[in-house]
Design a protein around this ligand. Structure first.
Ligand code: ZN
Ligand code: FE
Length: 255
């Protein structure tokens, strides 16, 4: 059955995405994070939807700085990780929690690594994942607060979701990620084709998000630490997957 949830994604700040979810059945409207209050308010007036909830992924300013203003102007409630650095949460949730929103079950998946508080929100019935700054198209978040091993464990949780899962992430980093990816996984035909598609889409100023878990499993080098050709290219045939992941992450940091 087709998803009953409607989605409106819009660029904001320099390279962030805002996302609104709306359930016509319940009337609820959810903002994924609050990157920029005025951009979210503009999206609300464009869609005619009334904001009822904010789902917060992590404490970085470009994900929470609009919360205060949105709460004041709309009376919405904010749900997010129990981190005192995030002011104004009405309810905290944690790994493994699930709750009902927009007429659907929402499952909370903790994916620490980029930050220790990172939560992703999975709507299994609609095959939607809001991945914050954990998983990007052909990339992953920089490991600021965790260790590469922790980040790898987090990414593995997402890799187990159904391949058709639509992945919305916090930023449009796809083109630079693709150019890095081709240097790690040059002989991958799916990646070669995707690089061309992404170059064309960005030249037309079109978003490359959402992606899917299935596409990422085929083309995202950070999820392909087990791939024999990638390992051979890194001369890491005998390393663990976590070690290969850490090396790819380190090369991206330097790049
Ligand atoms: Zn972040
Ligand atoms: Fe961010």
């Amino acid at each position: 059955m087709a998803s009953a949830i409607r989605i409106h994604q819009f660029p904001c700040l320099s390279d962030n995405y805002g996302v609104l979810l709306h359930s016509p059945a319940t009337g609820e409207t959810i903002s994924i994070d609050a990157p920029d209050a005025s951009a979210v308010l503009a999206a609300l007036s464009e869609t005619g939807w009334k904001l009822t909830h904010i789902l917060v992924t992590h404490h970085h300013a470009d994900h929470v700085q609009g919360m205060d203003e949105l709460k004041q102007k709309t009376g919405c409630m904010a749900i997010g990780p129990a981190n005192p650095a995030i002011k104004g949460l009405d309810r905290t949730v944690a790994d493994g929690d699930s709750f009902e929103l927009a007429g659907e079950k929402v499952s909370v998946i903790a994916t620490p690594g980029h930050t220790l508080d990172m939560l992703n929100y999975h709507f299994p019935a609609s095959h939607l994942l809001f991945a914050g700054d954990t998983l990007f198209a052909m990339g992953c978040g920089r490991v600021f607060e965790g260790t590469p091993e922790l980040m790898w464990n987090s990414l593995q949780k997402l890799m187990k979701l159904p391949p058709e899962t639509q992945v919305y992430c916090g930023h449009e980093y796809t083109l630079s990620n693709a150019k890095f990816a081709i240097g790690i996984d040059a002989s991958n035909p799916a990646l070669q084709a995707r690089l061309k598609e992404v170059e064309a889409a960005r030249a037309r100023n079109e978003p490359t998000i959402p992606t899917t878990i299935g596409i990422e499993l085929q083309t995202n080098p950070f999820l392909r630490a087990a791939d024999r050709e990638i390992r051979a290219g890194l001369a890491m045939q005998d390393a663990s997957d976590a070690e290969v992941f850490a090396e790819i992450r380190e090369r991206k940091n330097r790049g």
